[in-house]
Design a protein around this ligand. Structure first.
Ligand SMILES: [Ca+2]
Ligand SMILES: [Ca+2]
Length: 70
């Protein structure tokens, strides 16, 4: 049960430069800050790619939200 405001808050934590898109680099850094140093570049890229439905290499909020609905 995902709440859109909680999802937005989580997304904002990942989106360090607030451009509305999460890059693999931003994802990796956010995970490290949250205490998970094991998310390496390739892992971050795989995670973003899995949610990246328009294949632009970035995760938008809509894509993040869709991923939470599964
Ligand atoms: Ca960003
Ligand atoms: Ca995308």
């Amino acid at each position: 049960m995902a709440d859109i405001e909680q999802a937005r808050a989580a997304f904002d934590r990942f989106d360090a430069d607030k451009d509305g898109q999460v890059t693999p680099e931003e994802f990796k850094r956010a995970m490290a800050e949250m205490g998970d140093p094991f998310v390496t570049g390739p892992v971050a890229e795989a995670v973003i790619k899995a949610k990246d439905s328009d294949s632009d290499g970035l995760m938008s909020f809509d894509e993040f939200w869709q991923a939470l609905q599964d």
